[in-house]
Design a binder for this molecule. Structure first.
Ligand code: AGP
Length: 610
């Protein structure tokens, strides 16, 4: 959480830093600030709330200078306030930080005992004072930072300015992400790629335990212990336009509408229709490896976790391999059984979620092979994994994940088909049917998107005041029900539960009355009849039923008070179409209520705290 940016060059830093923060605001948005090195030394402006408040403050007090750092905050230590906003200053040092310093209480006590006065409640201010103490002892900026970071336990990506070395920004990282961008006459840093896209596509991902000195003509890289390093820059293929709203009211709506393209890009080059097979050389498993896998463990959080539940069902059915899903935060620290015969698949849009990263690391240390499914090239989880199978959804800015979820589903299904072919558990006929069907899915979604938005927004007029909503589904529709409920909670703050339809009678049925809408996913699959019975049970308790039905399914539609139609697909492909009306339902309720769709309260896009 939190976003940091930095710039060293010849142009004015403030507009560049502000633009970068705007593109990182999804990472945190409860306060923001800049520090710029100008002719009168380092000057700071900070403001509570969204970035527009910082912009107003800057309009009143300009920050001239060409070297600077910026921060947008998601509070961990200390409430959102101007004094807790970054940058934090100690003597000639200004610091922005993303992460958590675990031993901050001990360090705070030590600094206070040494006569330092701390003015905020944050852990970050401690880093500024540690560096200040080292510079006072006569060390240059890089040595002072190295020596200070030796004292620090926890996660950090920091960018530091010093009045004593005015043409530099120094960055270092451990666990939290940091990208360096290089252009002609300017060097940048940021927590994430989109902040740098308007300026350069040439980037380098800092690794844990590395420190870099940014100057206008490039950067030098070394370990925190002082060993010089040299690594080639990576060329990032995303364009700045991909990270713009392109006329849509919200990023989330744009990203929902981008799903056909995100799917196409993710499937491209991977579906071999002639051989009824999937081509995934990047997963780094031989035919023998595929046969030897005893179990697949799918690790993820939030929406990515919901994708893994569908992945589990596909793996079991198509590759006949035992598969389990684990919430990454629960997998860690409980001594879960994992070993060499397991394949761990870590799924993450950002590739930076700390729970998923640490859980996958733990599994790797115990001998499991780790395959990453991530959307951000070169992010921490793929870097740590044995192999990576990227989704190609493009940058996702809305905090509520949509198109990346869709792309994760595609990779999990493709992997299941690939594994099934190697283990000879899926015949050519079925593989061919699924591959043909999957290739058509982008079109099936695209042709219905405008109509679905219209239908859903009309339904929402009648249900937007509901305080509780239940989502039901069976089989592959169960994880979609979970996802529908999460989307609604995240952006509209309406209480929602996703339930396996068969579980309703074991508890949640007690909640039902005329005020609780029940959204039922009923594709025409093997569960259809039983789901219809569950709908009848809900109707008998006066609940209003909103059905997600296959186009033309008049029998199912007759059981609904309202319904939305999705295009017909093979039953194994139904998640790709049924989730779309649920995303739109959450979007329309939030838009109707006027909540902040792209930056919902208390959330951040990339969760780098445990
Ligand atoms: C999705 O809408 C959520 N914002 C959240 O649950 C997210 O999926 C979760 O934090 C995991 O993120 P990741 O995919 O980047 O690891």
């Amino acid at each position: 959480m939190c976003g940091i940016v930095g710039h060293v060059g010849d142009e004015q830093a403030t507009p560049i830093l502000l633009d970068g923060l705007r593109r990182l605001e999804y990472r945190g948005y409860d306060s923001a600030g800049l520090a710029v090195h100008g002719s009168n030394g380092i000057q700071i402006v900070r403001a509570v709330g969204k970035l527009r408040n910082l912009e107003k403050a800057l309009a009143a007090k300009g920050l001239p200078g060409t070297v600077g750092i910026g921060h947008t905050r998601w509070a961990t230590h200390g409430r959102p306030s101007e004094v807790n906003a970054h940058p934090h200053v100690a003597g000639p040092i200004a610091v922005v930080h993303n992460g958590i310093i675990e031993n901050h209480l001990e360090l705070r006590a030590e600094l206070e005992a040494n006569g330092f006065t701390l003015s905020s409640d944050t852990d970050t201010e401690i880093i500024a004072h540690l560096i200040h103490r080292e510079t006072r002892a006569g060390h240059d900026m890089v040595t002072a930072i190295r020596r200070s970071l030796e004292r620090v336990d926890g996660a950090y990506a920091i960018a530091v300015l010093s009045e004593k070395e005015p043409r530099r920004v120094v960055v270092a990282k451990s666990a939290s992400p940091l990208v360096i961008g290089v252009a002609k006459g300017a060097t940048y840093c940021a927590s994430d790629i989109p902040a740098l896209l308007p300026y350069t596509n040439e980037m380098l991902f800092l690794e844990d335990g590395e420190i870099a000195v940014l100057e206008a003509d490039g950067f030098t890289l070394s370990t925190l212990q002082g060993t010089p390093l040299s690594r080639r820059l990576r060329r990032i293929s995303w364009s700045p336009v991909m990270a713009e709203r392109a006329g849509y009211k919200h990023f989330m709506l744009k990203e929902i509408f981008e799903q056909p393209r995100a799917l196409e890009d993710t499937l491209r080059g991977r579906l071999d229709r002639e051989l009824a097979d999937v081509s995934t050389p990047e997963i780094g498993l031989s035919e023998d490896d595929a046969k030897r896998i005893q179990r697949v463990i799918l690790l993820a959080c939030g929406t990515s976790h919901h994708a893994t539940i569908a992945g589990r069902y596909w793996l079991e059915e198509l590759a006949k391999v035992p598969a389990i899903t684990e919430l990454a935060s629960e997998f860690r620290g409980r001594d879960a059984v994992v070993g060499e015969s397991d394949l761990v698949i870590a799924v993450s849009q950002s590739g930076e979620t700390i729970d998923t990263l640490m859980a996958a690391k733990e599994a790797k240390e115990r001998g499991a092979k780790v395959l990453a499914i991530a959307n951000v090239n070169g992010s921490a989880i793929p870097r740590m994994a044995d192999a990576s199978f990227y989704t190609h959804a493009g940058p996702e800015i809305g905090v509520a994940s949509t198109k990346c979820f869709m792309a994760q589903l595609a990779n999990l299904l493709m992997f299941s088909i690939w594994l099934g072919r190697r283990r000879e558990t899926i015949d050519e006929g079925l593989a061919s049917e699924l591959i043909e069907g999957l290739a058509r899915v982008p079109h099936v979604i695209e042709e219905r998107l405008p109509g679905t938005l219209e239908a859903v927004s009309e339904i929402v007029q009648d249900f937007s005041e509901a305080r509780d909503v239940l989502f039901l589904g069976r089989g592959l529709s169960y994880p979609m029900a979970l996802e529908g409920a999460l989307k609604l909670k995240e952006i509209s703050y309406v209480h929602a539960e996703g339930y396996a339809a068969g579980e309703m009678k074991h508890g949640p049925i007690a909640l039902l009355d005329a005020h609780v809408p029940v959204i039922v996913l009923m594709p025409q699959d093997r569960h259809y009849e039983r789901v219809s019975s569950n709908m009848q049970e809900a109707r008998a308790r006066a609940a209003k039923i909103i059905g997600v039905t296959t186009a033309g399914d008049t029998q199912g539609q007759a059981l609904c008070d309202r319904f939305v139609e999705v295009g017909p697909t093979h039953e194994a492909l139904s998640p790709f179409v049924t989730v779309v009306p649920l995303q739109l339902y959450a979007y329309c309720v939030a838009d109707h209520k006027g909540t902040d769709v792209d930056q919902p309260r208390n959330l951040a896009k990339t969760v780098t705290v445990e």
